[in-house]
Ligand binder design. Sequence first.
Ligand code: ADP
Ligand code: MG
Length: 231
Amino acid sequence: IEQTAYQNDSLAMLGKLSASIAHEIRNPLTAIRGFIQLLHPYLHQLGKEEYAKIILAEIDRANDIIHEFLSSSKPSVPQVGMIPVSALLKEVVLLTESEALMKGCQINLHPLQEDMVISGDVKQMKQVVLNMIRNAMEAVADREDDSMGKIEVGARREGSEVRMFISDNGKGMDIRTLDRLFNPFFTTKENGTGLGLSVSDRIIKNHGGCISVSSRVNEGTHFVISLPLIH
Ligand code: ADP
Ligand code: MG
């Protein structure tokens, strides 16, 4: 028992420490960003404008990583409540619909056959579904052919569990990617953080569930989130 307490303590300490380091890194990044913008006209005169672009893009990427890291290492005590699955999916789809339309893809939310309720932290749950829909939108944008990008979202009951699914007809994944997609910082995207799925996986495991995935290159990807149902 003592060792568990000790471990929890040092974990909490580590969490606090990393959060404050992350904050401290952000401030100089903001300063660098500002000065690079000031230098922009001079770089332009030198015909080296693209250097400024690269620097800004890389600073933004570092900021994204810190942002995702901070939001994943924040209070480890989840706000537990009852979450109706249909409301959860509806809200996240609503949140992403305009972004999807702009990218020329369609999100289709399947009406649920029955009311289902899970227990958990609603913010974290939204974050997971949002991560997956964002990934689907990005996968659809990266496709080879230019047929309509489609994302299907829905849920069904399976015994005492709910299976929420997010499917896309995007670029899919090869076996090497499938092997590593839950690893922290693993990304195949130029501007990716590689944190979305590792954080999502942890959140779902903390809620007593699991994530499974199947995918085919150039055909699409099917994510399933399984979670215990309250009723
Ligand atoms: P990021 O989106 O920042 O790259 P994620 O953890 O969200 O990080 O995803 C990790 C990797 O998994 C992505 O870079 C991508 O290669 C792959 N991936 C995730 N979702 C999909 C999807 N729906 N279709 C194709 N590849 C995906
Ligand atoms: Mg992602």
